[in-house]
Ligand binder design. Sequence first.
Ligand SMILES: [Zn+2]
Length: 253
Amino acid sequence: MRRVRLYRVSSVVVRQRDLGEADRVLMLYTRERGKLSAVAKGIRRPRSKLAGSLQLFSHASVQLAAGRSLEVVTQARALDTFYDLRSDMERFAHSSYAAELLDALTDEGMADSVLFGLLLSTLAALHSGGDAPTLIRAFELKLLTRLGYGPELDACTSCGGEMDGREQGFSVVQGGVLCGTCGSAAGGARLSTAGLQALRELRHTDTETVAGRRLSASARDELERLMRAFVDSHLDRPLRSSAFLAQEGLDKS
Ligand SMILES: [Zn+2]
């Protein structure tokens, strides 16, 4: 008989789809192994032992059996089910966006405990009622920066000069800020001094601290527009959750 290799991971369910009569294929983002797909057998049956611990966005300690194509979940223990992320439409929409963005920008099997911590702390902060637009902007900035796609916020992306604190711009194509001189010539969008400050702060402030903050209405609108265009430039196709956020006006709430 073939010996099955078992191992345990700390994971968050970032995507799921039904399989057959009672199973589900889960996309897990794990601390130890990055993103991986696993089958949860019988999870849709009424008395499934896995169901409570492996809902969308749940944080769980999961035991997996290495399979030929997909891993198989053999045990799961909930560490935090983040119930309110599924019961509240606004929090659900923002959590979906965070999970979908991480999923879209990462490949399977690339472990990164920093990204795992970022996802978990962002979901926890959304769950405990932190300001969603502020948390999501911080999440985008930290995620893109960690993956090496972060916007340049210190030196002008056109001439390399220091930002002089005058009228400045932001160029999605150039990947960051433009100084006052280049801003008008290079045709980027205008970026206010408060907006630039907010971008720098959100990138460097830990999620627990960001959770207690709320962007001003003008900074929120400005950063939302700018980051949406910047994030889109790194995606092959638009995210389903971002269309939903825009349609419901939740990105403005
Ligand atoms: Zn310049």
